[in-house]
Write a protein of this length. Structure first.
Length: 39
C-alpha cells in the first residue's frame, strides 16, 4: 500500500513538472516571437 501511494505521488509530481516545463516553453516561445517583431 505504501508503494502505491508513493507511485501516485510520483506520478502527480512528474505530471506537474511536465506541465510547468510545457508552460515555460510556451511563454519563452511567445516572448521570443514578440522580441523578433520589427519595430
Amino acid at each position: 500500500m505504501g508503494k502505491s501511494i508513493a507511485f501516485i505521488n510520483w506520478h502527480s509530481v512528474a505530471h506537474t513538472i511536465t506541465r510547468i516545463q510545457h508552460n515555460t516553453y510556451l511563454l519563452y516561445d511567445h516572448w521570443h516571437k514578440v522580441k523578433e517583431l520589427p519595430e
